[in-house]
Design a binder for this molecule. Structure first.
Ligand SMILES: Nc1ncnc2c1ncn2[C@@H]1O[C@H](COP(=O)(O)OP(=O)(O)OP(=O)(O)O)[C@@H](O)[C@H]1O
Length: 256
C-alpha cells in the first residue's frame, strides 16, 4: 500500500465547549492536519491545550463545532470498530483472563483462528506464560500490554492512543516505549498518539505535532527521520528533543 495516501484528514476543525451559565470556550479553532497511511504521529502540547479533545474528535467520540474529519476520504460521524482508542487508564475486563481479554473482539471468529490470533499477540507483547492470568495478577505494565494486544488483535486500521503509558513507572514506560516501536515496525498501523512526554514523542513518531496553549494551534511539525530503534543519546535525537522544548517555551541549554 502506498505510504503517501492520506489516511486521516482533519479539516478546519473548531470545537467550543460551553460551560454551565458561562461563555463558550474555544478549544480548537480552524485546525488542519493530514496524516498519511501508516504514519506514527505524536501530538504534544501544554496541559489543557486540547490534545485529548482533538483525539476524541478524530476518532468520532466528539462532534466538532464545525469542520470535518475524514478517514480514507469518508466523513467520520461516530466511533467505528476499525479504529481503536487506547486510554491512559486501562480498560481491560478484570473478570476475563489475558487470553480472553485479547480475544474479546474476535468472538465471531472460528475458535482455531481466534486462538491463533490471540497466541500471536500474546507473544508479540511478551505475555507468554500469563495467558490464564487475570489482570489483578499482573503488573501495571503487563495490563497495559494486554490492552495494546487486545487493540491489535482486532486488526484496526487506526490506533488512537491518549497517554497510554502515562500511568506507568519510569522503567516500565521506557521498556514499553521500546516495545511499541517494535510492534509498530511489525504492524505499520496509522497511529495518533497524545503524550506529555517530548522524549517519548521523538522516540516514537514519524512526525511530532507541537500545539500551542488553548485554543490549540499547530506551533510546528517536526519530521523525525531517524532510523528505528532510535539512539536516545544521538546528537540528532537530542537536537530534535531540544527544538521541541524550545518551541514549547522551555530552553534548557546552559547559560553562556
Ligand atoms: N467535556 C468537557 N466540557 C467542558 N470543557 C472541557 C471538557 N473536556 C475538556 N474540557 C476543557 O477543554 C480544554 C482542553 O481539554 P483537553 O482534555 O482536550 O486538554 P489536554 O491537552 O488533553 O490536557 P492534558 O494534557 O492536561 O490531558 C481544557 O480547558 C478542559 O478544561
Amino acid at each position: 500500500m502506498s505510504v503517501s495516501s492520506p489516511k486521516i484528514e482533519l479539516q478546519d476543525l473548531t470545537l467550543d465547549y460551553s460551560h454551565d451559565g458561562g461563555e463558550s470556550m474555544p478549544v480548537l479553532s480552524s485546525f488542519n492536519l493530514t496524516v498519511q497511511q501508516g504514519e506514527f504521529i505524536c501530538i504534544v502540547g501544554p496541559s489543557g491545550c486540547g490534545k485529548s479533545t482533538l483525539l476524541n474528535m478524530a476518532c468520532g467520540f466528539l462532534k466538532p463545532t464545525s469542520g470535518t474529519v475524514l478517514i480514507d476520504g469518508e466523513p467520520v460521524v461516530g466511533p467505528d470498530p476499525r479504529r481503536i482508542f487506547i486510554f491512559q487508564n486501562n480498560a481491560v475486563f478484570p473478570w476475563l483472563t489475558v487470553d480472553q481479554n485479547i480475544g474479546f473482539g474476535l468472538l465471531d471468529r472460528p475458535d482455531a483462528e481466534r486462538e491463533r490470533t490471540v497466541a500471536h499477540y500474546v507473544d508479540m507483547v511478551g505475555l507468554t506464560g500469563f495467558e490464564r492470568a487475570y489482570p489483578r495478577e499482573l503488573s501495571g505494565g503487563m495490563v497495559q500490554r494486554v490492552e495494546i494486544a487486545r487493540a491489535l488483535a482486532a486488526n484496526p486500521d487506526v490506533l488512537f492512543m491518549d497517554e497510554p503509558l502515562g500511568a506507568l513507572d519510569f522503567l516500565t514506560r521506557m521498556k514499553m516505549r521500546a516495545d511499541l516501536v517494535d510492534i509498530w515496525r511489525q504492524e505499520k498501523k496509522t497511529v495518533l498518539f497524545v503524550t506529555h512526554d517530548v522524549e517519548e514523542a521523538v522516540q516514537l513518531a514519524d512526525r511530532v505535532v507541537v500545539l500551542s496553549p488553548r485554543p490549540a494551534e499547530i506551533r510546528t511539525i517536526l519530521d523525525v527521520q531517524l532510523p528505528r530503534p532510535r539512539n536516545l543519546d544521538s546528537p540528532e535525537y537530542l537536537r530534535l528533543r531540544d527544538e521541541i522544548f524550545k518551541t514549547m517555551g522551555l530552553d534548557f541549554s546552559s547559560p553562556s
